[in-house]
Write a protein that binds this ligand. Structure first.
Ligand code: PLP
Length: 298
């Protein structure tokens, strides 16, 4: 199962064999919540935080799979062990099925179930892109408003993020950073965002997922005595930033070097971003927030 191991509603299998019915609302309505935890050098990173966020997302969507958090923890270990991976991208999805025949066509009548899998580590931005700095742009498409769907519930409503990625492609950029209706920065396709201005690190206060890597960045800033502000970031201020970096589970801290075609600094990751990124991986190598994977499959 080295290409990927899966758990689907009670059974383990190679990932290629994990299939869901196309009539399930998870598929037809994007009625899914998920989380992703990383494994690096044989350790989960912030496993409890991911489990807590996953449970909060399921509760918010009124999904009640049969597995407890301890059982989910055991399954996460087991899929990584079955795949035999020391560096893994480990996804946990809770899917809504469909109401059984005869039941009202209402989500309350559709049971939910889990699909959990481990595959070899994935980088959101390839390492060479991280080294030269991401080229970012602000697209026309706006992020779905938090009043419509709470972005703190990790979800598959990616229509806006996907459109943003096509706008980025057309503009010759790597990734889009979406604004909200008020013109403030939110996040991108699978990552949170920070800017650095006059030595202060700034991140949006709303409209985005409460990323676990973002929380780690805030911890690193506190340890290093770097001032932080959590507040709205208007687009013009963002475009004039000294530095910008993004962060996510499948990538860590990913510096940018261009925004809307403007070169920041010397067209390479800025000093604060580079320092935080180096520190992040040093801390990871030293066992920061680490939980060793149990590789013995019983
Ligand atoms: N924002 C979005 C929309 C995401 O999908 C993700 C991760 O997939 C993030 C932010 C980063 O969150 P985390 O650091 O918890 O991986």
């Amino acid at each position: 199962m080295s290409k990927g191991a899966a758990y689907l509603d009670g059974a383990y299998m190679p990932l290629a064999e994990a299939k869901i019915p196309v009539t399930h609302w998870a598929y037809r309505r994007s009625d899914v919540t998920y989380d992703v935890v990383g494994v690096w050098e044989g350790n989960f990173f912030r496993l409890d935080d991911h489990l807590k966020r996953f449970r909060a997302s399921m509760t918010r969507l009124r999904m009640t799979p049969r597995e407890t958090d301890d059982e989910i923890r055991a399954i996460l270990n087991r899929v990584v062990a079955l795949a035999g991976l020391t560096h893994a991208y480990v996804a946990m999805d809770c899917l809504r099925a469909a109401p059984p025949p005869g039941a009202p066509r209402h989500p309350a009548f559709a049971p939910s179930y889990l699909m959990i899998y481990a595959v070899p580590w994935v980088w959101v931005a390839p390492e060479d892109m991280q080294a030269r700095g991401m080229h970012l742009m602000i697209p026309k498409v706006q992020r779905i408003p938090p009043e419509s769907f709470d972005p703190r519930v990790k979800n598959f409503h990616w229509g806006d993020l996907t459109e943003g990625q096509f706008e980025a492609l057309d503009a010759g950029a790597d990734f889009a950073i979406l604004l909200d209706a008020a013109g403030n920065v939110t996040e991108g396709a699978g990552f949170n965002v920070f800017m650095v201005k006059d030595g202060t690190v700034v991140s949006p206060d709303r409209g985005a997922l409460e990323g676990i890597t973002r929380a780690s960045v805030l911890e690193l800033c506190a340890e290093a005595g770097i001032p932080v502000e959590i507040r709205p970031i208007p687009a013009d201020e963002f475009r004039a930033a000294d530095e910008i970096f993004t962060c996510t589970t499948a990538g860590g801290i990913m510096p940018a070097s261009r925004i809307d075609g403007r070169i920041m600094g010397n067209d390479r990751p800025g000093p604060v971003s580079a320092r935080l990124r180096a520190r992040f991986w040093e801390r990871r190598a030293a066992g920061w927030h680490a939980t060793p994977v149990r590789y013995t499959v019983t």
